[in-house]
Design a protein around this ligand. Structure first.
Ligand code: DC
Length: 230
């Protein structure tokens, strides 16, 4: 039997990686892995415990003492656990977005999570999304995408998502927060966000979710010939 692929989706915040990643995984019968959720979980615990991100020793100890897990519940929804605590909902706030971005710049945190991400995905049959999937975690992934969109459109999508959850947010502030996070993620020393040379660039500005998935499925089909993608 043909080995199932590793599909990598990288790109900046709110480009639609989770939405299309989940749907593409479903279509292929693959597992979906949200690597950003793991940085968020580490960030959540660091806030709870008042960890000083500038204290290298404290960060190293923190990494040694922290267990991050992804689990699927009976309905197939994935949950993120840190030291056994389910933080799936708690990590989805603007503060946790910024904290995840800050803690993800720390090399011991990256080493810890990259090891975990490799162990979860190495057998294939997975769609992973994040910032360094195609460049660092799985440079040999069978299909790589860099999903981008205009920053204002990304901001508007995030703003609408938050409003639909009943949160009162300002559009311009949301766009500005995304700009700041892009800047952090693209300019850090370790594994900055960038397009892998062999990643297929998809600009989703003005495209529907279905159109993006269609493009991705076409590439996966070319690489794999998997009838599930047809
Ligand atoms: O995808 P997300 O917005 O949930 O990710 C939160 C932060 O985690 C993001 O701003 C940068 C970091 N991250 C990372 O450095 N590497 C990854 N593979 C995924 C996320």
């Amino acid at each position: 039997m043909k080995k199932e692929l590793i599909v990598a989706i990288d790109g900046p915040s709110s480009a639609g990686k989770s939405t299309v990643g989940k749907l593409l995984a479903k279509r292929l019968g693959y597992i979906y892995i949200d690597t950003g959720a793991m940085y968020r979980a580490m960030g959540w615990k660091a806030v709870r415990d008042g960890i000083n991100l500038e204290d290298g020793r404290a960060i190293a100890r923190f990494c040694d003492e922290t267990m991050v897990d992804l689990s699927l519940n009976a309905g197939g929804k994935s949950h993120v656990l840190v030291d056994g605590i389910d933080v799936t909902e708690a990590i989805r706030t603007p503060e946790m977005s910024m904290m995840a971005s800050a803690i993800s710049a720390k090399q011991p945190v990256r080493e810890r999570l990259v090891e975990l991400q490799r162990s979860l995905g190495e057998k294939g049959g997975v769609v992973l999304e994040g910032r360094d999937v195609g460049t660092v975690i799985f440079p040999n992934a069978g299909a790589k995408f860099y999903l981008d969109a205009d920053v204002r459109e990304r901001g508007r999508r995030r703003w609408e998502e938050m409003r639909s959850k009943g949160e009162t947010v300002d559009l311009e502030e949301t766009i500005e927060a995304i700009r700041r996070r892009d800047h952090n993620d693209m300019n850090r020393d370790h594994s900055p966000l960038k397009k892998a040379d062999d990643a297929v660039l998809i600009d989703s500005t003005g495209l529907s979710v279905d159109e993006v998935i269609e493009k991705m499925a076409m590439v996966v089909r070319e690489r794999h010939g998997d009838p599930a993608c047809r």
